[in-house]
Design a protein around this ligand. Structure first.
Ligand code: MTE
Length: 357
């Protein structure tokens, strides 16, 4: 893992480790805003309250016995994914320089959030469902637990889980045990770990992290930004990354296999990936895996014959509604460095006369 920070633990796998459809637990990225809390499963209870007819307090055993188990394969992607490319264009002080590795896919098991909310009986005014974690972050001026909310229409969709397992193994503490939210297709920040409370409410949560994950205008000062100054992030943007070859690789001239992932986000799928061997002068279509479901990444591959010397390999994805990624990091740069979904670019050098090993 590439460990960007030890405390709190923030790490991503190197790009070449993400070639499989399911990411092994020891390779799955970790994104934390505070120390990993100590959880005692025996005394832990999930509270469900707010605008509900029947507030609930559920132990792990009750969750397992009262609701049917559901499984969803879903990709989690941090809003800061590929921030490093934005920083190449203009610095973003105080933020983790993430590469393309804060994107990983797991088979999640647990219960459907919709089933738990139905048991609690949502009231008509409950337009948002808020989640509160057990970890306390010191990033806000006054420390507070990590939290988020999503609109009820998403929260009651069948793909949103309260998960206790990942890849058919018990959810690791680092990924939110005993229970975490998984909101497929939405930025990872809405998938709250170490869940302790679900609140049905009329408005989005006022938790610091709900509006912290916003796109601010280019000249805004993030230290002075007020909630509402930015565009609060929810569904993920269409994106892609080149996983192989390595950045700045020195390679023999001749055909090269280029591979990567593309992820459409929300409930869309990737329809096409174009790849260029020469900085965008010419393009070919990559072979693209069929989507397993709308919630997962799709891998792609192409054999390119780049020109001798230094070149830029480029990949760009199109989605099922005909949208394409923006061309440059400059067009999407924002002061906190979120949602960089510009074309994936990789600098490499091809040497004539070298023989492949
Ligand atoms: N939940 C809690 N309680 N605390 C956190 O710091 N980080 C969020 C989200 N849920 C976070 C959290 C962010 S920003 C992301 S991208 C994902 O968890 C990362 O999940 P992972 O560490 O399991 O990969």
């Amino acid at each position: 893992m590439v460990v960007h920070e030890a405390k709190p633990y923030n790490a991503e796998p190197p790009p070449g480790a993400l070639l499989g459809q399911i990411t092994p637990l020891d390779t799955f990225y970790g994104r934390n805003h505070g120390p990993i809390p100590r959880m005692d499963v025996a005394s832990w209870r999930l509270r469900v309250d707010g605008l509900v007819d029947r507030p609930l307090e559920l132990s792990m055993d009750e969750l397992r016995s009262r609701f049917p188990e559901r499984k969803v394969v879903a990709t989690l992607q941090c809003a800061g994914n590929r921030r490093a490319d934005l920083m190449d264009f203009r610095d973003i002080p105080g933020q983790v320089p993430w590469g393309p590795g804060t994107t990983s896919t797991a088979r999640w098991s647990g219960v459907s959030l919709a089933d738990v909310l139905a048991e609690a009986g949502l009231q008509a005014e409950a337009a948002h469902i808020a989640f509160t974690g057990s970890d306390v972050s010191e990033e806000p001026d006054t420390p507070q637990p990590f939290g988020a909310s999503i609109p009820t229409v998403k929260a009651t969709s069948s793909e949103v889980l309260l998960a206790w397992a990942m890849n058919d193994q018990a959810l690791p503490t680092a990924h939110g045990a005993p229970l975490r939210v998984v909101v497929p297709g939405w930025i990872g920040a809405r998938s709250v770990k170490w869940l302790q409370r679900i609140t049905a409410q009329a408005e989005p949560t006022d938790n610091y992290f709900q509006t912290a994950y916003s796109i601010l205008p280019p000249e805004a000062d993030p230290q002075k930004a007020e909630p509402g100054d930015g565009i609060t992030l929810g569904p993920i943007d269409l994106n892609c990354a080149i996983l192989q070859p390595d950045k700045d690789a020195q390679l023999p001239c001749g055909p090269t296999e280029v591979t990567g992932y593309a992820f459409a986000g929300d409930d869309r799928t990737v329809a096409r990936v174009d790849v260029s061997p020469d900085g965008g002068s010419t393009w070919i279509q990559a072979e693209l895996d069929a989507p397993e479901n709308p919630w997962t990444w799709q891998h792609w591959r192409a054999t390119l014959t780049p020109p001798a010397g230094e070149t830029e390999l480029i990949a760009r994805a199109w989605d099922s509604i005909g949208a394409v990624q923006p061309e440059s990091a400059a067009t999407v740069w924002n002061p906190k460095g979120y949602a960089n979904n510009s074309w994936a670019r990789l600098h490499v050098t091809y040497h004539p006369g070298w023989t492949p090993r």
